[in-house]
Write a protein that binds this ligand. Structure first.
Ligand SMILES: C[S@@+](CC[C@H](N)C(=O)[O-])C[C@H]1O[C@@H](n2cnc3c(N)ncnc32)[C@H](O)[C@@H]1O
Length: 744
């Protein structure tokens, strides 16, 4: 209890794939040397989390998340972290919440499913892990085609607004290895690949909605809200999500079940109920978690009590003790196994493999994890499905031991309806939020009552479930189509950017939306080519790499631009329209200044710009009547110091007959600029609060460039005093802002 009353240390995870990963790790190491003699900044010393691979996880032991968020004294640290988060270099994530993805043992090329994914901390971590092989040496990525990530994470979320937030979170990573779906995980359908075989996942994460009492350290307001009813109401939904996940898992595959709750009704009771069944004819068992140095959890509970939903002081040990009027609510699966029963023996053997992470032992938040392994043996005869968990006349409990759950869990064909939701606050703690999101939704009521959407649907049209199933045609997942290798628009874009036309096999576009082209990993492509019994909502897939510029003239080929998020991929694949510029030139570009073509040539003369010749009209073009000089259009601008085939800092830009302008959004541009100033920014963190940013001296902090913050003018700049753009509101600066060309 004492531990729960203290703040939760803030923790961060560095993205190995970021172009600043190596620099950022150096700065974290530098900060870690701070000590008490550094006075007010001593708490800025992060500690390396020894159990996180590749030295990427860090924790600020003496600083909690809400302090960074709300204490003005830490505004520069907040801006520093926000900026790094914005360009996907760093994620703020509670330390124990980093464990489930590590328990998945992600391997390159795998297909993974995150059933309950918003706001997306674990999904981002998994996607980053899919890239680890490729980014094994931070900052020096030697990317070859063979090492391009092939795997996929399908990140699923029920609530539409949270699914949008999830999409934003994973999009920051610029990865081709994901798709976001918006479905009720309980009804995530059986999908078939293009060969008619079932598409199963190598790994599944079921980080289910829970009562969130493990997050009391970061969300103290939960103290007043918690009731025993929540755990009881959530148990059934957690169980059906877990069953669905196990069914979607390949034989030999792993599923990680996790909650941020201490409640055994949401933890042990759910895990035990799933262990007692077969899944697609296969048995499942628990396996030990990996060893996390410094972070040992406790085993799962042997026994527990079930409280009265309205009065936590009244509890029962056995289902038979429950008064008749509560028997429907407090069903047998909520209870521990009866002493001496077959189930108790099984549980005794398995429970030690569950792990409870307790705040007073780990200095972190409360968490529960169990790792399931699905049998690799041929299916056994599964027999008749058992009735769902009934109390026998002799008082013992029938949990359907080793029966198959196929029929008793959920209907594959259930259509999923999204639920309306209130606004998001990015700064609010993830796990706690997910609790409040699900409470009160109509769908929660259904799940709590044990009534599924499929049951509702079955009464609708007078047809039986199997009749409706037969009547339905399988539907292709999502609305994505392959870009044909001989598509004229693609061939034109490939020729313009100097890309190999055969790259088309990686590209998709949304049906009816030919103006955006996405790059999709091999496994993501396989997933999108599958069919499902109903139209699945795929909100986003892969990374947008090309976008058509304006409307094309009648008969003329459309012009394309590279997107900021897709640039690293295109550069790795030989994009030829690229120039390299000095740091000071890059800062000017990022500050939103239009750089006149004459200035570009002068900078090239001075050695500040290299590679202009790749923008010049070729002999062929000149013969075809193109005027001599630079060819207008989209291009990549990289830093002169970066080797050309690395994932270094690169900016999408546009050259017109008159000038060169950046095409990153204001937020992206600000974040990229900050990333160039990482060392200076870290130094600035450590100077006295008042002296750090004297008015009008932004450039002394390494900001350089100037320019007016349009986010500030629109009233939504998140960087506050830490913003590198001007927050002045004079007429002069407003007029200057009107002329900036950086895209929003
Ligand atoms: C514990 S949170 C997930 C946190 C997430 N894994 C992360 O690390 O950022 C649970 C999420 O499940 C969502 N959810 C609730 N019921 C669901 C359902 N039936 N199907 C899919 N998602 C659901 C909630 O809206 C919430 O976003």
């Amino acid at each position: 209890m004492e531990a729960l009353r203290t703040g939760l240390p803030a923790a961060v995870r560095v993205n190995l794939g970021s172009h600043v990963a190596a620099k950022l790790l150096t700065q974290l190491e530098r900060l870690s040397l701070l000590s008490d003699s550094d006075g007010e900044h001593a708490s800025y010393a992060p500690r390396l989390l020894p159990w996180f691979p590749k030295g990427l996880g860090w924790q600020f032991d003496r600083l909690c998340g809400w302090e960074i968020r709300s204490n003005k004294q830490h505004k520069r640290l907040k801006a520093y972290l926000l900026c790094l988060q914005e360009h996907g270099s760093l994620s703020r994530q509670e330390a124990v919440s980093m464990l489930p993805p590590l328990c998945l043992d992600v391997q390159p090329g795998q297909a993974l499913l995150d059933l309950c994914a918003a706001p997306g901390s674990k999904s981002s971590q998994i996607i980053e892990m899919l890239h680890w092989e490729q980014n094994s040496d931070p900052g020096l990525s030697d990317v070859t085609e063979n090492l391009l990530p092939r795997g996929v994470l399908i990140a699923n979320e029920l609530v539409p607004k949270r699914a949008d937030l999830l999409t934003h979170t994973v999009n920051r990573l610029g990865s081709p290895c994901f798709a976001v779906t918006q479905l009720d995980a309980q009804f995530f359908p059986k999908i078939m690949d293009s060969n008619g075989a079932r598409f199963l996942f190598d790994r599944v994460l079921a980080d289910v909605p829970c009562s969130g009492d493990g997050t009391l350290r970061k969300s103290p307001e939960l103290w007043g809200k918690w009731t025993p009813r929540e755990g009881i109401g959530l148990h059934h939904r957690q169980y059906t999500i877990l069953l669905r996940g196990l069914d979607l898992l390949k034989p030999g595959g792993r599923l990680v079940y996790s909650t941020c709750s201490f409640n055994p009704l949401e933890d042990e009771a759910v895990v035990l109920a799933a262990l007692l069944r077969r899944h697609g004819g296969q048995k499942v068992t628990l396996i030990d978690l990996p060893i996390f140095e410094d972070l040992s959890g406790s085993p799962g509970l042997k026994t527990w009590v079930v409280p009265h939903p309205e009065d936590g002081r009244v509890c029962w040990e056995r289902p038979e003790e429950v008064p008749d009027e509560l028997r429907e609510k407090l069903r047998a699966p909520l209870f521990p196994p009866a002493q001496g029963s077959e189930e108790a023996a099984l549980w005794e053997e398995q429970r030690c493999r569950c792990r409870r992470f307790l705040p007073h032992k780990t200095s972190g938040g409360g968490f529960f994890i169990a790792v399931f392994l699905k049998d690799n043996l041929p299916c056994l005869d599964v027999g008749e499905p058992a009735p769902d968990c009934e109390t026998k006349s002799n008082g013992s409990v029938d949990r359907g031991l080793i029966s198959d759950h196929e029929e008793c869990a959920v209907d594959d064909d259930a259509e999923v309806a999204g639920q309306g939701e209130e606004d998001e606050d990015l700064d609010r703690p993830a796990e706690q939020e997910c609790v409040s999101r699900v409470q009160g939704s109509a769908e929660e009521q259904n799940a709590g009552d044990g009534q599924t959407q499929s049951q509702n649907a079955s009464t609708g049209d007078g047809l039986s479930r199997s009749q409706r199933r037969k009547r339905r045609q399988p539907q292709q997942i999502g609305d994505y189509e392959i870009v044909p290798a001989d598509d004229p628009a693609w061939l034109h874009a490939a020729a313009f950017f100097g890309l190999d036309p055969s790259l088309a096999c990686n590209l998709r576009r949304k049906i009816g939306h030919p103006k955006k082209i996405y790059w999709i990993s091999e496994q993501a492509g396989r997933f999108l080519a599958c069919t499902a019994p109903f139209k699945m909502r795929v909100i986003s897939a892969g990374v947008r790499v090309l976008e058509q510029l304006g409307a094309s003239r009648q008969g003329a080929q459309p012009m394309w631009r590279t997107t900021q998020e897709g640039l690293p991929l295109l550069l790795q694949h030989g994009l030829k329209r690229r120039i390299a510029v000095s740091a000071s030139f890059m800062k000017r570009l990022l500050s939103g200044v239009d750089l006149e073509v004459a200035e570009l040539h002068a900078a090239a003369q001075a050695g500040e710009v290299m590679g202009l010749e790749c923008l010049e009209a070729s002999q062929e073009q000149l013969q075809a009547g193109h005027p001599p000089g630079l060819i207008s259009g989209s291009l990549a601008v990289t830093l002169l110091t970066e080797a050309t085939r690395t994932a270094g800092l690169a900016v999408s830009a546009l050259l017109s007959g008159r000038c060169l302008m950046g095409y990153a959004s204001q937020t992206e541009a600000a974040a990229l600029c900050e990333s160039m100033e990482l060392e200076a920014r870290t130094t600035a963190l450590l100077s006295p609060v008042e002296a750090t940013k004297p008015e009008g001296e932004a450039s002394q902090e390494g900001g350089g460039g100037g320019g007016v913050c349009r986010q500030f003018q629109a009233g939504n700049c998140t960087f506050g005093d830490g913003c590198r753009f001007s927050h002045e509101t004079t007429t002069t600066t407003a007029a200057a802002a009107a002329t900036t060309t950086t895209a929003t």
